[in-house]
Design a protein around this ligand. Structure first.
Ligand SMILES: *Cc1c(COP(=O)(O)O)cnc(C)c1O
Length: 316
């Protein structure tokens, strides 16, 4: 709908200072839908898809569905959970067609600065790779505003970026999002979508346009303050429990190391069975998530506090 497209364009200009043309954007039925369909649109069987790990599992499934070959980009704590492009073997980089990135990051809570985005873009330019940047958490931040990769000069040649109303505007169940970026990639994705769906329900596009146009970040900032309060409770609680964590700058997850002597599954199972608190094993985000567990800041502060008391009481 023109109304939704105009709202996206105005939002992008206001929030990131980036001008987006009508052929450079498309509405999605949630960003997962676009992320999942993109390889069908741009990857040929046997081509490499670079996938960050630990990471959102859809990137790998989407690559496999399209007959691509997912190859992991390792994210490590000592690298700030940013991939090291120099570590990608040359032949793999040459065979790569698509690379997923996700900042602010799920599950680690890491954010990326423009220096990192510059490195990513140079790597994509050198190897003719399309970057699919998943920016689902761009409006859930506590310190600095996260950047769009599309802020960089020349980015529209190599980037398609996924934005979602799900987390930013608490509209998860409404299924509305958008992709912005390279016009050819947007056109290919739209072609696939024309054959499998018919776009989001118009009433929901109206509502999303309204959110993008009128929320003007006041409600969104108030929402981030709620997450910040919960984050601080969890970070303090885990540190008091002897589980050292830093406060994430964005997103609504705390990514924490398991205590010595426990695998992710063992620790998560122990916390569940001993004190009835549900956390997510790091291995749910790929084998490189081993040794970590994730807490989602999606219940209220009182309940979060209770959960932290219970985790403190676990005998280990
Ligand atoms: C939640 C999430 C999404 C999907 O959100 P939609 O509701 O489909 O827009 C995409 N990427 C990441 C990293 C997520 O955590």
């Amino acid at each position: 709908m023109a109304e939704f497209a105009e709202a996206v364009t105005a939002f992008f200009e206001r929030r990131f200072g980036v001008a987006v043309g009508r052929s450079q954007l498309t509405a999605l039925i949630g960003s997962k839908e676009g992320i999942g369909h993109l390889p069908t649109a741009v990857v040929n069987p046997g081509e490499v898809v670079l996938v960050p790990e630990p990471g959102y599992p859809v990137y790998t499934s989407a690559a496999v569905f399209a007959g691509g070959e997912p190859v992991r980009l390792s994210l490590r704590s000592d690298g700030g959970w940013l991939p090291d492009f120099a570590a990608v073997p040359e032949d793999v980089a040459r065979r790569a067609k698509l690379m997923y990135l996700n900042y602010p990051n799920n599950p680690t809570g890491a954010v990326a600065n423009l220096d990192f985005f510059e490195r990513a873009l140079r790597f994509a330019q050198a190897n003719d790779i399309l970057i699919a940047h998943d920016a689902a958490y761009s409006e859930v931040f506590f310190e600095h505003k996260p950047h769009s990769l599309l802020e960089l000069g020349g980015a529209f040649d190599h980037v398609i970026e996924f934005h979602s109303l799900s987390k930013s505007f608490n509209m998860t169940g409404w299924r509305i999002a958008f992709a912005v970026g390279n016009a050819e990639a947007v056109a290919s994705l739209t072609k696939v979508k024309d054959n499998v769906d018919s776009g989001p329900f118009n009433a929901i596009q109206h509502a999303a346009a309204d959110a993008l146009t009128h929320a003007d970040h006041v409600d969104v900032r108030a929402m981030s303050d709620v997450y910040r309060q919960r984050r601080d409770i969890v970070v303090a609680g885990l540190n008091e429990a002897g589980i050292p964590v830093d406060a994430p700058e964005a997103g609504f997850y705390v990514w924490a190391p398991c205590p010595d002597g426990y695998t992710s599954m063992e620790f998560v199972a122990k916390v569940l069975t001993d004190v009835s608190v549900v956390t997510i094993p790091g291995t749910g985000f790929g084998p490189l998530g081993e040794g970590y567990f994730r807490i989602a800041l999606t219940v209220d502060a009182d309940r979060m506090g209770q959960a932290m008391e219970r985790i403190r009481s676990v005998k280990r």
